[in-house]
Design a protein around this ligand. Structure first.
Ligand code: SAH
Ligand code: SF4
Ligand code: F3S
Length: 453
């Protein structure tokens, strides 16, 4: 089988959903690169238009259907263009996508190695699809081709799938069972990044705390050991990770973070709800008390660690009191920031089968807005509390608002903006020492401490 005839083709990729999808698009591009595809950022110039999609909430999917109409306009101009749907929506909807007559190619998250073969098939059939899930695929040997990278910070996927069955969540159905990538291939990828000038990696998985890999000799590595290994081997690389499930957040993991200064002082710890009745129905496997205990452990073991979360408003049967419990938990913890969503029923999940989606839409919106208002105030307070502190910032580039300012994150993940005192130098990827002189609810306004460069 030869792919010569598809040399010099152009692929356009849009990526939706979580960071895992961002990482996957880079795997897709690497696989396609080997058979002659290069990336274009102009849809109208592409031979292949791909959307790497998300199914987490209904509005995520609706957005993709809208984009497909745009892709079809490009196809109208050039009949030879192929439109492909990758990722979670491909996995969830499967042939339904092809039956819509709007797309040519459907490829699920574990089938990307088959993309060249599927494209080959498209040479002589009208549609092609592979949505097989795998128990073993981790794309460990594929070196992702970075897209839209700032050259400083990159995602490294350490596992795929999810073994939890949170009742509201579609991910286990779209991503399959949990499997961890082998330690050596993770270390190799981090080394390649380091040598390529990257200074920060985010280790990715739906539940990184349950990372578990046993090699051929029977040596087992859990997440705490993986952190120790990566942080120890690359002491000047910043290490981040996402997402931590509260249920599996052990003290050992917290100690591993505390032991290494290059592991960033930030944990994203989705709580979802502050009500035990809701947590139980959500099948989150922890209680409000357990969650608060983990927060207490984080603050004890890693002083200065920032905490962010995800919250769902208006889950099935959520009473006003349940909602107030969420607000009170948020007050108690004081998250630095949060992603907040209205519950969206996903077909086929346990919640869709078992519980009525009975909080009226207007009430869901009201509760969500209340949660957001609360959080904006808390974030404002948390950011203001950094006033006067000194942070080391990894410079990512010019700030969004002004090119004479630089931006980058402190270890605690807070975005810092400060005036560039050395515009003659290229400082992206280096660090700066800054002092906080002001804040908003999402940014620290800083000034550089001159003698620290
Ligand atoms: N694996 C991560 C979450 C991945 S999904 C974890 O367990 O924490 C990201 C977030 O989307 C979730 O934390 C949840 O807050 C939200 N989410 C997932 N399913 C949802 C649904 N059906 N409706 C609304 N929000 C949802
Ligand atoms: Fe979904 Fe729960 Fe798995 Fe997160 S842990 S991806 S919320 S099932
Ligand atoms: Fe969305 Fe799939 Fe991620 S459903 S949130 S892209 S795992």
């Amino acid at each position: 089988m030869g792919y010569e005839h598809i040399l010099d083709m152009k692929v356009y990729i849009e990526t939706y959903g979580c960071q895992m999808n961002v990482g996957d698009s880079e795997v897709i591009l690497s696989i396609l690169g080997k058979v002659g595809y290069s990336l274009t950022d102009d849809m109208n110039e592409a031979d292949l238009i791909l959307a790497n999609t998300c199914s987490i909430r209904d509005n995520a999917e609706q957005r993709i259907w809208g984009r497909i109409e745009q892709f079809r306009l490009a196809k109208r101009k050039n009949k030879n263009v192929r439109i492909g749907i990758m990722g979670c929506m491909a996995e969830r909807l499967k042939s339904e996508l092809l039956e819509s007559g709007k797309v040519d190619l459907v490829c699920g998250p574990d089938a990307y190695r088959r993309l060249p073969a599927l494209l080959e098939e498209l040479g002589h059939t009208t549609v092609a699809m592979d949505v097989e899930l795998s128990r073993t695929e981790t794309y460990a040997d594929i070196e992702p081709k970075r897209i839209d990278s700032n050259g400083v910070s990159a995602f490294v996927s350490i596992m795929r799938g999810c073994n939890n069955v949170c009742s509201y969540c579609i991910v286990p159905y779209t991503r399959g069972v949990e499997r961890s990538r082998d330690v050596e291939s993770i270390v190799r990828e981090v080394r390649t990044l380091w040598e390529g000038g990257y200074r920060e990696v985010t280790l990715l998985g739906q539940n990184v705390n349950s990372y578990s890999y046993t090699d051929k000799e029977g040596k087992h590595t859990g997440f705490a050991e993986l952190l120790r290994k990566v942080a120890g081997e690359f002491p000047a690389m910043r290490i981040r990770f996402s997402t931590s499930n509260p249920h599996d957040l052990s003290d050992d993991i917290l100690y591993a973070i505390a032991e290494h200064e290059n592991i960033c002082r930030h944990i994203h710890l989705p709580v979802q709800s502050g009500s035990n009745a809701m947590l139980e129905k959500m099948r989150r496997k922890y209680t409000r008390e357990w969650y608060l205990d983990r927060v207490e452990a984080i603050r004890r073991i890693i002083p200065g660690c920032s905490l962010t979360t995800d919250v769902i408003a208006g889950f099935c049967g959520e009473s006003l009191q349940d909602h107030l419990d969420t607000l009170s938990l948020m007050d108690k913890v004081g998250f630095d920031s949060a992603f907040m969503f209205q519950y969206s029923e996903r077909p086929g999940t346990l919640a869709a089968r078992k519980y009525e989606d009975d909080v009226p839409p207007a009430e869901k919106t009201r509760r969500l807005n209340e949660i957001i208002e609360h959080q904006v105030k808390t974030s404002g307070r948390r950011y203001a509390a950094q006033m006067g502190k000194v942070f080391e910032v990894l410079i990512e580039g010019p700030s969004k608002k002004s090119i004479s300012d630089l931006c980058g994150r402190a270890s605690n993940n807070m975005m810092c903006v400060f005036e560039d005192k050395h515009p003659d130098r290229n400082r992206v990827g280096s660090t700066a020492k800054v002092r906080v002189v002001g804040s908003t609810s999402a940014t620290l306004i800083c000034e550089e401490i001159e003698n620290a460069i």
